[in-house]
Every structure is written in structure tokens, then in C-alpha cells.
Design a protein around this ligand. Structure first.
Ligand SMILES: [Zn+2]
Length: 208
């Protein structure tokens, strides 16, 4: 009997709390509606505006898809290749590796993944023959271990897909491969940072 009374009392308290909470919601509701974005209130206002919102979103999605289709990026190795054989070839690679190593036969043509202006073309110890291109997307594209000194010069404008040399093993390279880096703006050793390009490279590879 005592238990029943206790349960009834608890239920009463719970109901009272619920009423208070619901009243609070009622009080808050008008403000919340007033603060909601115009598009949202319009979308819930009528089926017609909801359809307009759906159409607007479909158009937005279509424009994004068009942009993706017109992506200028080209896969930089123009011939048989892989996109890395071991974990150590990947970005990070358990060794602070700043790029992606992709293997191809020595001499396979290389092209600029995206057009821009040559920031640095030269030869250096570990990188061997290398090219850094300031891409038109404000990111820096870096290509290392080229077979010969690059055929482009500092300051030269290059188009997406333009030849920048051939796959080699110059510098500190174990077998012919392209070491590719992509740096966020403001770029290569200029305040930017290298990013993982595995997904981008897979997409460019599939598209070109
Ligand atoms: Zn590498």
C-alpha cells in the first residue's frame, strides 16, 4: 500500500514537471519561429514553397556535379602506373612522408596535374630533379625524382596536362616513381602545409 502511494506521488511529480516543461516550450516557440531563417519558414509554409526549395536544392546539386565534370585536373603519370605499393608510399607512411609515391616505368611521361606558374624547377639532393607549380587553385603541386632536369623554367606558365618531364629515380628514390605533393595556400615551404592526396589522385586517375 505504501508503495502504491509512493508510485502515485512520483507520477504526480513527473506530470507536474512535464506541464512546466511544455509551458516553457509554448513560451519559447514564437521566438524560435521568429528566429528561423526565411527559407526554412517558407519551406514549411506551404507545399508549393516546399517544392520550390526542393527544386532549388536539385539545381544546386546539378551545378556542383557540372563543376566536378569540368574539373581540369589530369592524372600526372601518362602511362602504366600504380598509386603506391606499400604503406610507406602513402602520405605520412609512418615516417612523416609529405607526398604520395606512385611507381611507373622509368621514362613514363609526366604532365602537370593542374596548370599554373612554375615556382621552382631544378635539382636538389633528396628530391632529385623536381618541379613545383603554383596551381591556378592557389595550391602548390610538387613533382620529384624526375628522370632529367625539368623541361620548364621558373616563372613559366604551364597548362593542365602539359609535359613537365619523365618518371625517374633521381635523388633519394628506390626505383622509378613520382613523388607527388600538394600544398595548401600559401604553398610549398611558404606557410602552407602538405595534404593527403590519395583520394584526389584516385579521382583524377579514374577521370583521365
Ligand atoms: Zn616519396
Amino acid at each position: 500500500m505504501h508503495r502504491l502511494v509512493a508510485v502515485a506521488a512520483l507520477a504526480g511529480v513527473a506530470a507536474a514537471v512535464l506541464v512546466v516543461v511544455l509551458r516553457g516550450e509554448e513560451r519559447r516557440a514564437p521566438e524560435a519561429r521568429a528566429a528561423a531563417p526565411v527559407a526554412f519558414t517558407a519551406a514549411v509554409a506551404s507545399p508549393r514553397s516546399f517544392r520550390a526549395e526542393a527544386a532549388r536544392r536539385a539545381e544546386l546539386r546539378a551545378s556542383w556535379e557540372r563543376r566536378e565534370r569540368t574539373d581540369e585536373h589530369v592524372f600526372p603519370i601518362r602511362g602504366r602506373h600504380d598509386r603506391g605499393r606499400y604503406e610507406t608510399n602513402d602520405f605520412g607512411g609512418g615516417r612523416g612522408h609529405q607526398g604520395q609515391d606512385m611507381f611507373a616505368d622509368c621514362g613514363t611521361p609526366l604532365v602537370a596535374a593542374l596548370g599554373g606558374v612554375v615556382k621552382r624547377a631544378g635539382t636538389e639532393g633528396a628530391g632529385g630533379n623536381y618541379v613545383v607549380i603554383a596551381g591556378k587553385d592557389r595550391r602548390d603541386y610538387v613533382y620529384m625524382h624526375l628522370a632529367e632536369p625539368p623541361p620548364v623554367k621558373d616563372g613559366q606558365r604551364v597548362e593542365s596536362g602539359q609535359s613537365i618531364g619523365r618518371v625517374g629515380d633521381s635523388g633519394n628514390a628506390d626505383g622509378c616513381h613520382l613523388h607527388f605533393e600538394l600544398w595548401t595556400a600559401p604553398g610549398w615551404y611558404a606557410g602552407g602545409e602538405p595534404i593527403d592526396t590519395a583520394k584526389l589522385l584516385a579521382a583524377w586517375d579514374a577521370a583521365s
